[in-house]
Design a protein around this ligand. Structure first.
Ligand code: CLF
Ligand code: SF4
Length: 491
């Protein structure tokens, strides 16, 4: 088939915004920009919606839309933890908010604040500073809050974010509010302490170690108390849940219901990543994680319950830097960033953000153009795999992709539903056959792969495996919907 034609290409909003180039389309306002896949009731007060939209518009985790454009960074200032999770090995970063098996460089609050200012200057689309480990931020409250104070003082436009297991959250909500931290994540894996006993062997609470049911009971009560307190303080709360097949997978529907009733804004169900080499209890006992199909099924089930569902989490590390799908932490190791000067410039940052917002409007226009005027019922749904460097554009060479974004497409829309990590096919200018086989396997449930370019060899093999190859440089949803319309009779 003929690939959908690009309608021309714009330059990035500023040179400082690296890797963001989008296709040019006429600007026309459309309504929703919230981004998280959701079914918010249509008659919700529009001023409330507008305020909410503003609060999440530049947070790459709280808004799926924002994650194509804005970056986050983490600083690893919080080494201690006060509980034990069976999927965690304390030699590594907190697995509630990080990929297991990763070790971050521990920083003092002063070093962390300097790093944040350096990166705010070098990557102006970095809008959020998160503290997510390597232990639990609220088991290290002085270091966590000192870091936030230092950054807020010098860089007031950076949003502050923290992620906690929740055990000490009720004690700190007032301070969190006072520091203007508007986004807090609690990892809640159960609302039934019996199930909790299979996940948490102990908790350390008020100078005493508790085990078994009592430990899980304390953790559960403190998490619920913390969630309530965040709601009362009007702080946006995301809940992370680790999906552990055979332990809490079926139970997470109930968790979803309870957290929603208690005011959580967003639910992020993450797959357990478990391997013997991580040295965790689950890794050593052979506990498996869910496959992408199982994860999506559970996410769909919970999304049906009207809860906003996060599907774009990358389980990033405690010193992550960049857009969610990329990892630039190695550019900013301690030996490097301590040699760099802070070039934080509020005006420049605001200019860059205005450019990004303009581009987002154009993307919305492109999406609106491929939307049918009336909703089509019962059209078949398919998946497509997309190679992108960000910006909401098909703009990456097949051989350079380290992940594919997965979009579910039907006659009405193309919706982001997840991502698949892969090894890069092209290494040192050559394609690896074994890698290609693995890549094809990772996206074998997709009907097409959308890329900016692909070599003849991998193209032939992808086609042989039943995947159509679409080469384009344009807005993802536009390319995906056009592919769908041109091939719908084959699905
Ligand atoms: Fe970091 Fe977490 Fe804040 Fe985001 S991450 S503290 S909410 S700024 Fe985001 Fe990373 Fe997933 Fe976390 S992709 S692991 S959800
Ligand atoms: Fe590990 Fe995080 Fe659990 Fe603490 S809360 S045990 S650091 S996964």
């Amino acid at each position: 088939m003929t690939p959908p034609q690009s309608s021309g290409v714009l330059s990035p909003p500023t040179e400082a915004v690296t890797d963001i180039t989008i296709a040019k389309n006429s600007v026309k306002k459309t309504g929703d920009s919230c981004g998280c896949s959701s079914n918010t009731s249509a008659n919700a007060a529009s001023s409330f919606d507008e305020r909410m939209r503003e609060r999440i518009a530049k947070h790459p985790c709280y808004s799926e839309d924002a994650h194509h454009h804005y970056a986050r960074m983490h600083v690893a200032v919080a080494p201690a933890c006060n509980i034990q999770c069976n999927y965690c090995n304390r030699k590594y970063d907190c697995a509630n908010e990080s990929r297991p098996g990763v070790v971050s460089e521990l920083l003092t609050p002063e070093e962390a604040a300097h790093k944040a200012l350096v990166i705010a200057g070098k990557i102006p689309q970095m809008t959020v500073l998160g503290i997510a480990g390597p232990g639990d931020p609220l088991a290290n409250p002085e270091k966590t809050f000192r870091t936030f104070e230092l950054v807020a003082d010098k860089a007031p436009d950076i949003k502050l974010c923290l992620s906690t297991n929740g055990l000490m959250l009720p004690d700190h909500v007032e301070k969190i509010k006072a520091l203007n931290v508007d986004h807090v994540t609690i990892t809640i894996n159960m609302v039934d302490p019996e199930i909790g006993t299979k996940i948490y062997p102990w908790v350390h609470y008020r100078r005493k170690r508790y085990k078994g049911l009592q430990a899980a009971q304390i953790l559960h009560e403190r998490q619920m108390e913390g969630l309530q307190a965040l709601k009362e303080a009007d702080i946006l709360c995301k809940v992370n849940s680790v999906m552990i097949p055979g332990i809490n997978d079926e139970h997470l529907v109930e968790v979803d219901r309870v957290i929603r009733e208690n005011g959580a804004f967003l639910h992020n169900i993450m797959p357990l990543i478990s391997a013997p080499e991580h040295g965790t209890h689950f890794g050593l006992t052979g506990q498996r994680g869910p496959n992408p199909k199982e994860l999506k099924k559970l996410q769909d089930e919970c999304a049906d319950s009207n809860m906003k569902m996060m599907r774009h989490c990358r389980q990033c590390r405690a010193d992550a830097v960049g857009l969610l799908g990329e990892d630039r932490s190695q550019e900013f190791t301690k030996d490097k960033f301590m040699e760099m000067d802070s070039q934080y410039d509020l005006e420049l940052r605001q200019e860059v953000h205005q450019g990004i917002e303009k581009f987002k409007e154009e993307i919305k226009t492109a999406k609106a153009k491929v939307k049918p005027s009336e909703r089509v019922k019962n059209s078949p749904k398919i998946l497509v795999a997309v190679a992108t460097k960000g910006g909401g554009i098909v703009n990456q060479h097949f051989g350079h992709a380290k992940e594919f974004q997965i979009f579910e497409v039907d006659a009405n829309e193309a919706k982001f539903v997840g991502h698949r990590k892969i090894d890069q096919y092209c290494q040192g200018g050559y394609g690896e056959d074994a890698t290609l086989e693995y890549v094809i396997k990772a996206i074998s449930d997709c009907k097409a792969v959308l890329v900016s370019k692909v070599g003849e060899c991998p193209k032939a093999e992808l086609r042989e495996a039943g995947l159509q190859v679409i080469e384009a440089y344009d807005v993802i949803e536009k390319v995906a919907r056009e592919f769908y319309d041109q091939n719908v009779d084959k699905f």
